[in-house]
Design a protein around this ligand. Structure first.
Ligand code: AOF
Ligand code: ZN
Length: 334
C-alpha cells in the first residue's frame, strides 16, 4: 500500500501542536485498517501522552465496532516510537502489547535515549517495520530537535534590529524602538518558536525587557538565560513568566554545553552588540535574523558591527528576505 498520503496527514496535523509540544518534537500517529483511518493521535503537550498512545487509546474505544483486533491494523508514526521510560512510558512496548503487526515510520528518533532502540523492540517482537517514509519532512518540521541531537549542541539564533545606518542604540543607552510595530509582533512569534531566550546584563539594566513570547495562541514560554558579570535586580521584568538560568562566566562554550543534557534544543540570543559579536566571533550562531528599519540614528548611535561586510565575513549567506511594512527582515544561515 502507498502509505505516503497518510504519513503526510500525520505530519501536517502534528504541526498544530508545535508551540505546546516544544521542546519535544511534534509527532503524529494514525491507525489504519486497510485504507480506512480508525484513529489519529498527536503529541499535544510537553510532558503528556505521546502521539502513539493517544492513537491507541482512541482505537481501543472502537474495538468490535470498526475493527475486531489490533492485529488487523497498521500504525503510521512520523517518528520512531520511543523505547525509554521518560515522562511517560515506552511507546514501542505499548504498541507491542496491543498485538499490532505492521508499523510504518517516518524517521528514526535522533535522541540518543531512543536512536534505533524503539525499532529494535518492535522487530524483536516480530512486527513488520518500514522506515524512511517522508523522513525529510519529519526532520524539517522538527529542525531544532534534529539539529540538537545530530550536532550535540542547541541550535542558536541571533536576532538583531538595526537602523538603516547599521546602529543598535544611542550612546546614552536610552531605550529606543528601531523597528516598526509589525516587526516587533513578528519577534514575538520568533520567541515562541524557541526553547530559551538569552540576553546580557546590559540589555537587562538599560531596557528592562520582559522577553517572553506575547502571542495570541497557546505556547510553552521559552526559558530564560542571563549572562552577567554584575549584580542585578530580581524585580526586573525579565524574571517574570519563566525560570531564569543565570551565568556569571564569559565562557560561551561552557554555557552552551550545559544545555546538551537538557530538553532545550534551541536558544534565541537577543542581546546588545558586544554579546552578539562574541557569539558570532566564536562561530556559535546557526541562524542570524536581521530586522532593518528606515530610521537613522546618526552619529550618536552605536554600530552593531565594526565593518561593512561583517555578516558575510562571519560566513553567513542570505536565505530569505522580505518586507514587513516599512522594515526589511533578512534571514541568514551558514
Ligand atoms: C514518541 N512519540 O509522540 C514523541 C516522542 O520526556 P518524554 O517522556 O515526553 O519523552 C520525550 C522524548 O520522546 C523526546 O525527546 C523524543 O525522543 C521522544 N518523542 N516519541 O514515541 C511521541 N513526542
Ligand atoms: Zn513515546
Amino acid at each position: 500500500m502507498n502509505y505516503e498520503k497518510f504519513m503526510l496527514q500525520a505530519i501536517t496535523n502534528a504541526n498544530s501542536f508545535k508551540y505546546t509540544a516544544k521542546p519535544n518534537p511534534v509527532v503524529g500517529a494514525i491507525l489504519l485498517k486497510d485504507k480506512k483511518i480508525i484513529s489519529e493521535g498527536y503529541h499535544e503537550r510537553f510532558g503528556e501522552n505521546h502521539a502513539e498512545i493517544n492513537a491507541l487509546e482512541e482505537a481501543k474505544k472502537q474495538i468490535g465496532k470498526t475493527f475486531k483486533d489490533f492485529s488487523e491494523l497498521t500504525l503510521i508514526c512520523t517518528l520512531e516510537p520511543c523505547s525509554h521510560q521518560g515522562k511517560t512510558g515506552s511507546c514501542a512496548k505499548e504498541i507491542v502489547k496491543t498485538g499490532i503487526k505492521n508499523i510504518v515510520i517516518g524517521s528514526e528518533d535522533p535522541n540518543p535515549k531512543v536512536a534505533g532502540k524503539g525499532i529494535e523492540i518492535l522487530k524483536k517482537n516480530k512486527l513488520k517495520v518500514t522506515t524512511g517514509i517522508l523522513e525529510n519532512l519529519v526532520e524539517k518540521q522538527n529542525k531544532f530537535f534534529f539539529f540538537k541531537h545530530k550536532n550535540n549542541k542547541p541550535y542558536i539564533t541571533l536576532k538583531i534590529a538595526r537602523s538603516v545606518d547599521g546602529k543598535s542604540h544611542y550612546k546614552n543607552n536610552e531605550r529606543t524602538f528601531i523597528t516598526n510595530k509589525s516587526s516587533r509582533t513578528d519577534v514575538q512569534t520568533i520567541r515562541a518558536c524557541h526553547d530559551a531566550i538569552l540576553t546580557g546584563g546590559n540589555t537587562l539594566r538599560y531596557d528592562n525587557p520582559r522577553m517572553n513570547a506575547r502571542v495570541n495562541f497557546p505556547c510553552n514560554q521559552p526559558r530564560k538565560i542571563l549572562l552577567t558579570s554584575k549584580s542585578y535586580d530580581e524585580k526586573l521584568h525579565f524574571f517574570k513568566d519563566a525560570h531564569v538560568d543565570v551565568f556569571h562566566t564569559k565562557n560561551l562554550q561552557k554555557i552552551i554545553s550545559s544545555y546538551v543534557p537538557s530538553d532545550i534544543c534551541s536558544i534565541l540570543v537577543e542581546a546588545g552588540p558586544k554579546l552578539a559579536n562574541a557569539f558570532l566571533k566564536a562561530n556559535y550562531v546557526d541562524e542570524l535574523i536581521i530586522f532593518t528599519s528606515k530610521k537613522k540614528l546618526g552619529e550618536n548611535g552605536i554600530n552593531w558591527f565594526s565593518e561593512v561586510n561583517a555578516v558575510e565575513n562571519y560566513g553567513f549567506k542570505l536565505e530569505s528576505s522580505y518586507k514587513i511594512d516599512t522594515d526589511l527582515k533578512e534571514i541568514f544561515t551558514k
